[in-house]
Design a protein around this ligand. Structure first.
Ligand code: SF4
Ligand code: SF4
Length: 244
């Protein structure tokens, strides 16, 4: 999810480009698209969803996540576990998405796709949007038109994109030898610090990491009370643990 190849030049949309889309229960396709999909989970998705469901991150991952390895980066990647019997998303209800306020980034972006080209220091230097190929979706035939920038705002995408791009900083870390896949131990560290945030919190309590009380992310006490700050701590930890 972190890094999809850029779309063909003629398909690229900038923030000021417009597209038509509206999704509502009056459409014949309503509730038909949330099934049989590969739906990636980013670290920020997991953080929000496990909180919305009132679950420990370990329990959330056990129930709802499928693990894989990104062939391009060797980093662990997670996706939503669809129902074995009918392929439905476990959060789909007759009225639509049961976790709508905390739905994952991919669902917020839809019907758009987003890809980044990393800069030399690992940050995303170029971002491309494009319309996904969704012939079954009636929403793209609706009249409501807005810009890509307005869609980002409307869908509350900005914090999701920010964390996603922070993840890119790890994938393309200047000290990383991209020819070498992550070791199992490194993969484990990524899983804990980025996705299993409650276990990471327990790790901090147990080990007293970091040695310095302020690791550039604020005092430890306030970090422990704030999920986003904890995730920033996780990235800082991985910076040190993976690329000392
Ligand atoms: S999380 Fe919600 S919007 Fe996303 S696929 Fe599942 S039901 Fe649909
Ligand atoms: S197919 Fe498109 S319009 Fe239909 S429910 Fe899904 S997102 Fe909405």
């Amino acid at each position: 999810m972190f890094l999809a190849p850029p779309p063909d030049p003629e398909k690229r949309l900038s923030l000021s480009d417009t597209f038509a889309f509206s999704c509502h229960s009056g459409l014949s396709c309503f509730n038909q698209c949330c099934r049989n999909k590969y739906l990636p989970l980013t670290p920020y998705d997991v953080l929000r969803m496990r909180k919305a469901l009132g679950l420990h991150s370990d329990k959330f991952l056990e129930r709802y996540a499928v693990y894989g390895l990104d062939p391009a980066s060797g980093f662990p990647i997670l996706s939503i576990r669809m129902d074995d019997a009918d392929g439905r998303c476990p959060f789909l209800s007759p009225k639509g998405c049961s976790i709508y306020q905390d739905r994952p980034m991919a669902c917020r972006l839809y019907p758009l796709g987003r890809s980044c080209r990393p800069g030399r220091n690992g940050t995303s230097s170029e971002v491309f949007f494009h319309l996904l190929d969704t012939p079954h979706c009636q929403g793209i035939k609706e009249d409501r038109v807005r810009t890509v920038a307005a869609w980002q705002e409307e869908q509350g995408l900005l914090p999701y994109l920010e964390v996603n791009d922070r993840m890119l900083g790890l994938l393309f870390h200047p000290k990383r030898d991209r020819a070498l896949p992550l070791t199992e131990r490194q993969q484990q560290k990524v899983l804990v610090a980025c996705y299993n945030i409650d276990v990471f919190k327990e790790f901090i309590v147990k080990t007293g990491w970091p040695r310095s009380p302020d690791n550039g992310n604020g005092p430890l006490g306030s970090v422990m009370e704030n999920d986003s700050a904890l995730l920033a701590y996780g990235f800082a930890y991985l910076d040190q643990a993976l690329f000392p």
